[in-house]
Ligand binder design. Structure first.
Ligand SMILES: Nc1nc2c(c(=O)[nH]1)N(C=O)[C@@H](CNc1ccc(C(=O)N[C@@H](CCC(=O)O)C(=O)O)cc1)CN2
Ligand SMILES: Nc1nc2c(ncn2[C@@H]2O[C@H](COP(=O)(O)OP(=O)(O)OP(=O)(O)O)[C@@H](O)[C@H]2O)c(=O)[nH]1
Ligand SMILES: [Mg+2]
Length: 442
């Protein structure tokens, strides 16, 4: 757990923590030193801690009733933020929410929360570390089962435990090397400690490098990208619509219909797949189409998989970047026999689509973390691990003929890089970036 690294604000914050807009129930949360006094000002004498109590919520300026709802008093420090906290569960109408927030803000010392400020305070109180806070952000964004599982694991400390374990081992190696600094006149001790340090560091470096090379966690966050490319009129937009089960893209009989890139999010067996429809590739007839063709090429590069779609009546060679992974799919098999093709479909009749969707799901399952392992999920983690490995490599390369002090410094750098992931090191620079991605009220 992270220790508080900045003074906790004296302000009491308030926010609507349920989704904005009309809903059955709205949850308004307060956190900070005046959360209890504020709740009392709004709802009368404080309920018993952690007990739901039905109250009339009133505007403290006028005593006019605003709503009847549940009040909760959550005294610190055993709260999500570590501070005094309170909640009101109200009827979810817009005017109720507006009046209750306005009434809370009329109380001295209470202000609106910034995006992510509840979570930021939880972090500052040492209730969760940076990687866990990121996991929480991902949990709010999760759209499929595998994403939810990965996010829940990260928010519960799975990645932090691994990273802290690596960091502890680097520190252990550092201590062995530093033993040499302290006993520099006893070369037996130094040599034995160095040898032992080397033996700990080598497999550790391997472990971190393996985690670094595993991109499945990051790809699970972002989704498995499948770009549909082909000549105009192959039926790309029809295929996108058929797989997405909605008319996301315009389909028309004349070639050159699609110009923009159209993305739809799919859930294939709990895995996020992003399907991308593109402009048909040909000698463009106008500037807009030319731009569409250029963007199609970009999508092919960014995709994890390209579907090269062909009309059974006129086969074409894939025109995709050489490094792209390509599946050739033959469409319009309702119009001609096509038994010889591996992937054959009719976007019109739906024939072959279940098989194609199952194959896409299997490809996604290979490429994405199924939500079980606690790997790297963001570029921020990857950068830190890469820097740690680089520092360890420098140390290992120079192992035998480098002074203890320099080796220890390289190892300290590696430990610091690992510490960045959980926020033990270099917190300030990433705080704003991480917490601002939350919604207000989280
Ligand atoms: N109504 C409501 N539902 C909610 C939340 C909330 O704030 N309000 N949560 C908000 O995110 C989530 C639950 N997360 C929470 C995390 C920690 C603590 C908490 O009070 N922790 C204390 C006490 C732990 C204990 O006694 O078991 C602590 O860590 O010291 C509460 C909620 C999801 N559901
Ligand atoms: N018979 C038959 N016609 C199809 C099938 N799939 C698409 N079509 C028709 O083919 C024409 C072109 O379909 P689109 O989906 O717009 O083709 P596209 O590849 O997106 O074309 P561009 O956007 O111009 O590149 C439309 O008239 C579709 O109805 C199919 O499986 N069978
Ligand atoms: Mg199209």
């Amino acid at each position: 757990m992270t220790q508080p690294s900045a003074p906790i604000s004296r302000d009491t914050i308030v926010a609507l923590s349920s989704a904005p807009g009309r809903a059955a129930v709205a949850v308004i949360r307060l956190s900070g030193p005046e959360a209890g006094t504020s709740l009392a000002a709004l709802c009368g004498p404080l309920p018993e801690p952690r007990r739901v109590s039905l109250r009339t919520i009133r505007d403290p300026r006028t005593s006019e009733p605003i709503d009847r709802g549940f009040a909760l008093w959550l005294p610190g420090p055993n709260t999500q933020t570590g501070e005094n906290a309170a909640e009101m569960h109200l009827h979810g109408g817009r005017a109720v929410i507006a009046a209750a927030l306005d009434a809370a803000l009329s109380i001295a010392g209470v202000r609106m929360a910034e995006p992510g400020e509840f979570t930021r305070r939880a972090f500052l109180a040492g209730k969760l570390d940076l990687a866990e806070a990121e996991g929480l952000a991902d949990l709010l964004e999760a759209e499929t089962e595998a994403q939810r599982r990965q996010a829940l694991a990260q928010s519960s400390g799975a990645l932090s435990v691994r990273i802290n374990g690596w960091r502890d081992r680097v520190v252990e190696v550092m201590a062995l090397v530093e033993a040499g600094i302290d006993f520099s006149d006893e070369s037996d001790v130094t040599d034995a400690a160095r040898a032992q340090a080397y033996d700990v560091l080598t497999p550790l470096r391997e472990e971190i490098a393996v985690a670094l090379a595993d991109t499945r966690g990051e790809r699970l966050r972002e989704g498995f990208r499948v770009a549909i490319l082909g000549r105009p009129n192959a039926g790309k937009s029809s295929l996108l619509n058929a797989l997405a089960r909605r008319e996301a893209a315009i389909v028309a009989a004349e070639p050159g219909t699609t110009r923009d890139v159209i993305e739809v999010q799919m859930d294939l067996g709990g895995l996020p797949v992003v399907l991308v429809d593109t402009a048909g590739l040909r000698e463009a007839r106008d500037a807009a189409e030319m731009e569409g063709v250029r963007r199609a090429g970009e999508q092919a590069k960014a995709a994890d998989l390209v579907i090269w779609l062909e009309d059974v009546a006129g086969r074409t060679e894939p025109e995709v970047p050489p490094e792209a992974r390509v599946w050739r799919v033959v469409n319009k098999i309702d119009t001609a026999p096509a038994a010889e093709f591996a992937h054959r479909i009719s976007a019109r009749t739906g024939e072959g689509l279940d098989r194609l969707a199952a194959a896409l799901g299997a490809a996604a399952a290979d490429a994405l973390n199924s939500g079980g392992s606690a790997g790297v999920t963001r570029a921020r983690h990857r950068d830190a691990l890469a820097a740690a490995v680089a520092s360890i490599d420098t140390a290992l390369d120079a192992w035998t003929d480098t002074p203890d002090e320099i080796l220890a410094e390289l190892l300290r750098r590696a430990a610091d890089e690992l510490g960045r992931v959980t926020g033990r090191v270099g917190v300030e620079e990433v705080l704003g970036r991480i917490f601002s991605t939350f919604c207000i009220g989280k």
